[in-house]
Write a protein that binds this ligand. Structure first.
Ligand SMILES: Nc1ncnc2c1ncn2[C@@H]1O[C@H](COP(=O)(O)OP(=O)(O)OP(=O)(O)O)[C@@H](O)[C@H]1O
Ligand SMILES: [Mg+2]
Length: 254
């Protein structure tokens, strides 16, 4: 049983005009095997939270703590965080021309485990993970994300999740731009990882439709850089019906 604990996290982003405070005291605790959904209006800081957890250099933590089983995550480099078991699926995955999916996955697996995967089982694992995600085998030889459609990029994120076996995954709008079949396939991938490894999940989303497939234990409403309300799955339904009006100061446009 592992715990990822975020306490009173304040983060500023680097801009041309100087640092701009975005996160204003985030408190969140995620245990192994728990699924937490974060919903909230555009610009409320959800992706900023994801990037801060991953250690993106543009985001400066000005106060607060993030610990994984008591270990200081904020003191870790980006790759130490990955080795500690943190995984981030980005809202806008980057293209890596010249690096094939197959090479990328093997390099990442080697870096995370500290040794190369056993070749025979690895090739089999990659093949079956790709088949499960209905990814054509030709993807293995294509450059990472180059020319991938939006949905293909998201499947590739989940392929990494299934093969790298992190302890905690932050999925930033993994459902955006997916057709109905892809949404189900990607959700099944997340559920497989969750069941196989007791993965803890932080699922950032705007829509309850993904929550029909991936059942959250907790739903958090993110507004203006912090968690404004917490509840169970019923809170997601309420947000879809009512929007975020009641959380916003009168007169603001979300
Ligand atoms: N590099 C940057 N320069 C200026 N402002 C930034 C930068 N990065 C983030 N911000 C601002 O921080 C705020 C939070 O952005 P963030 O991407 O975290 O929101 P979000 O909740 O993920 O929104 P969405 O639902 O649209 O994905 C926004 O107002 C955004 O414009
Ligand atoms: Mg975002």
């Amino acid at each position: 049983m592992s715990t990822l604990e975020i306490r009173d996290l304040h983060v500023s982003v680097e801009t041309k005009e100087g640092p701009k405070p975005i996160l204003r005291g985030v408190d969140l605790t995620i245990g192994s095997g728990e699924i937490h959904a974060i919903m909230g209006p555009n610009g409320s800081g959800k992706s900023t939270l994801a990037y801060s957890l991953a250690g993106h250099p543009k985001y400066e933590v000005t106060s607060g703590t993030v610990t994984l089983d008591g270990e200081d995550v904020l003191a870790m480099t980006v790759d130490e965080r990955a080795r500690a078991g943190l995984f981030l699926a980005m809202q806008y995955p980057v293209e890596v021309p010249g690096v094939s999916v197959s090479n990328f996955l093997r390099t990442a697996k080697t870096a995370i485990d500290g040794e190369p995967p056993a070749l025979r089982t690895w090739v089999k694992d990659v093949k079956s993970a790709m088949a499960n995600l209905r990814m054509d085998s030709t993807f293995a030889e294509r450059s990472v994300n180059e020319g991938f459609s939006g949905g293909e990029k998201k499947r590739h994120e989940i392929l990494q999740l299934e093969l790298l076996k992190p302890r905690f995954a932050v999925l930033d709008e993994t459902d955006s731009g997916l057709d109905v079949d892809a949404l189900r396939i990607v959700s099944e991938g997340v559920n497989r990882a969750h069941e196989a490894t007791d993965l803890g999940v932080l699922l950032i989303t705007h829509y309850t439709r993904i929550l029909r497939y991936i059942k959250p234990d907790f739903v958090h409403v993110f507004v203006d850089g912090r968690v404004a309300e917490e509840g169970g799955p019923e809170l997601a339904e309420r947000l879809e019906n009512e929007g975020y009006d009641r959380f916003l100061p009168a007169g603001t446009v979300a």
